[in-house]
Design a protein around this ligand. Structure first.
Ligand code: GDP
Ligand code: ZN
Length: 291
């Protein structure tokens, strides 16, 4: 019998495939259409079930792919920063936003710990909501505004990312309730696996809604972006680069540059522009010193 399911976990060549709340242990002995293709967490697969044991025979509908950690079909990246303790790291946020745009995955920003510095939270919200990003301000510790996050998770496969200490575990724990998970609590697993694991598991929160338990993305992963393309992934820059004098404008050293003009007119945030420059230099350096 053939059925379609989703890989939610992989442990040493055993694939855990979920079909309507039921999890089948599967092997993958199939040869897939594209030779290089290997099933990863998040993949939708066709399995052949024989006596409760499944074999993956086909990978279908891969809509997005992240290399590290390997996962497919993530539809939403939830980027978490804190208003204070640790201080908001907007360079990291801009790196992750650009990475999300590069991967063509929708980013959402959560500013947590607004109880510690609401002014800061409002300031950051203003910058990013102006660009068109969804921003949710939370106090994870008190489950404040968690409903908004739950709403946003519906019909998505979401991965959380953010620096250590910003409150990701607290947020995820406040979203989960015991009876909505397939495999118990995410909390302990999340804590144990933090920074050490590179594997991913999907946790189902409701029908068609999953959270990926990932260690997040490091600087290293973000370095996949070619530096000459970086401006494309600063979403708001695309409204202004038609005014640049040169087609291959770097938006850094040129005099007549639409981005710099927009910066002068306060249409582009100085913080975002500074982070763009920093990232540009870092990526360029990396590319030029590559062997
Ligand atoms: P993670 O490393 O991103 O998973 O962060 P944790 O969830 O472990 O949280 C780090 C610390 O911040 C813990 O001591 C939490 O109790 C605390 N914390 C989490 N959310 C909030 C919040 O909204 N406000 C405040 N003041 N503290 C919080
Ligand atoms: Zn320019």
């Amino acid at each position: 019998m053939q059925r379609k399911g989703k890989i939610i976990n992989i442990v040493s060549n055993i694939f855990y495939v979920e079909i309507n709340e039921q999890v089948y242990k599967c092997t993958s002995r199939g040869k897939f259409k594209e030779k290089e293709l290997k099933p990863v967490v998040g993949d939708n697969v066709i399995i052949e079930i024989d006596n409760e044991v499944g074999n993956i025979i086909e990978i279908v509908d891969r809509k997005s792919y992240i290399k590290r950690p390997k996962m497919a079909n993530i539809t939403q990246l939830i980027l978490v920063i804190s208003a204070s303790n640790p201080e908001p790291d907007l360079l990291m946020l801009d790196k992750q936003l650009a990475f999300a745009e590069f991967l063509n995955i929708k980013p959402v920003i959560i500013i947590n710990k607004i109880d510690l510095n609401l002014d800061m939270a409002d300031k950051i919200e203003k910058i990013y909501s102006k660009i068109g990003y969804k921003v949710i301000k939370t106090v994870a510790k008190e489950k404040k505004n968690i409903e908004q996050i739950k709403e946003m998770l519906k019909n998505n496969i979401s991965a959380f990312s953010g620096n250590s200490g910003v409150g990701k575990s607290t947020l995820i724990n406040s979203i989960f309730t015991r009876d909505t998970t397939i495999e118990g609590e995410i909390s302990n697993k999340n804590k144990k696996g933090k920074n050490t694991t590179t594997s991913v598991k999907l946790y189902k929160i409701e029908k068609e809604s999953y959270i990926a338990d990932t260690p997040g993305f490091s600087n290293f992963d973000i370095f996949e972006i070619p530096y000459k393309e970086l401006y494309k992934y600063f979403k708001e820059f695309n409204y202004f680069n038609n005014k640049c004098e040169y087609l291959d404008c770097t938006h850094i050293k040129e005099e007549k540059c639409g981005i710099k003009e927009a910066l002068q007119n306060n249409e582009i945030s100085q913080i975002r522009y500074n982070n763009f420059k920093k990232m540009y230099e870092e990526l360029k350096d990396k590319e030029e010193h590559k062997w």
